[in-house]
Write a protein that binds this ligand. Structure first.
Ligand code: AHG
Ligand code: MN
Ligand code: MN
Length: 314
């Protein structure tokens, strides 16, 4: 018998307001999963005609996902603020809220029109009563109360990382609810799989190029989907290492610290893996801006250590 998400959340020490917040995110994911399946039929494929604060063309579903999450979270009594990749500034919801929610509403959205898996990434930060949510949003990822992602793939998965560990839920479309599929996920310490966009190789640090040569010479397999959520989910379940390093086009890396790297780093570390920017643990980086980017190397602890050993040797 698979425990439903709501029942599982209430078994853990998570307080009812946190459970309510997580169920709101899962509820948005439920609706979004269906929207994605029917996107071509309902003509919600393609660009929205606007550019987000990142200077990236927004997909119609980026906007739809963002509005859906904002609408669901604005009904939660404990959410003080909502910050997302698609909003230049945080949305303040309640002065007496306890949590700030960070989201990448739709990750990998350039893949939507070719039916490649995409996802939603989220993190829940504590927001002390009366604290200014703007400052509460700029906390290191180490203080995340919980974090995780939804993956809209061959099945719809919800991965939730908290102090209790990392749990995997899977959507039962017939019942319209997420059911617990696996508790306490632990990552393999090593696995010869690497995931990186090798088209950027000429812009990689010399040490990274030497690590890539080591991987080529030592029987590693390459897997790169181009949706962070899908690449990270495979890394969580099978092991290996995912990287989006500094490149010529993105000298700070492409992925955003607050709502992509931190939540994924939290999942990795709580599952026994590692996540670094090449110099420090991602979760210990002190954020300075809502949309700041950072290089990311995450996955099996031994594989991340091998990459860093080559970087240090350079
Ligand atoms: P988003 O769709 O939220 O902007 O994220 C896209 C990101 C991430 O999903 C993926 O790992 C990365 O873009 C792929 O970038 P490249 O196409 O440059 O490899
Ligand atoms: Mn993304
Ligand atoms: Mn996105």
């Amino acid at each position: 018998m698979h425990t439903p998400l709501g029942a599982q959340l209430r078994q853990q020490p998570a307080t009812a307001p946190l459970a309510e917040t997580l169920e709101a995110i899962a509820g948005a994911g439920l609706v979004l999963a269906e929207k994605l399946r029917r996107a071509r039929l309902e003509d919600v494929i393609g660009e929205a005609g606007a550019v987000n604060v990142q200077g990236e063309a927004q997909q119609k579903l980026d906007v739809l996902a963002d509005e859906l999450l904002l609408e669901k979270l604005s009904r939660c009594s404990a959410v003080a603020a909502y910050a997302s990749e698609e909003q230049a500034r945080p949305r303040m919801l309640r002065a007496d809220g306890r949590y700030c929610v960070l989201c990448d509403p739709l990750d990998g959205s350039s893949n939507i029109d070719v039916a490649v898996p995409v996802g939603t990434i989220f993190g829940v930060l504590p927001c002390g009563k009366g604290a200014a949510p703007e400052s509460a949003l700029l906390q290191p990822g180490r203080v995340l109360l919980c974090a995780g992602y939804l993956l809209y793939g061959s099945s719809t998965a919800l991965v939730l990382a908290s102090a209790a560990g990392v749990d995997l839920f899977v959507l039962d479309p017939g019942r319209g609810e997420f059911l617990l599929a696996q508790r306490g996920l632990r990552m393999p310490a090593e696995r010869k799989i690497y995931s990186i966009n090798e088209a950027n190789i000429n812009g990689f640090d010399g040490g990274l190029q030497r690590w890539l040569h080591f991987a080529h010479e030592n029987g590693y397999g390459a897997r790169y989907i181009g949706s962070m959520v899908a690449d990270v989910h495979r890394t969580l379940l099978r092991g290996g290492v995912f990287l989006y390093p500094a490149t010529a086009a993105n000298p700070q890396g492409k992925l955003r610290l607050l709502y992509e790297c931190n939540p994924m780093a939290s999942v990795m570390e709580r599952a026994g893996g590692a996540a670094t920017d090449g110099a420090a643990a991602i979760l210990d980086i002190a954020p300075e801006a809502l949309h700041q980017r950072c290089p990311v190397i995450l996955g099996s602890s031994a594989e991340v250590a091998r990459v860093c050993a080559h970087l240090c040797a350079s």
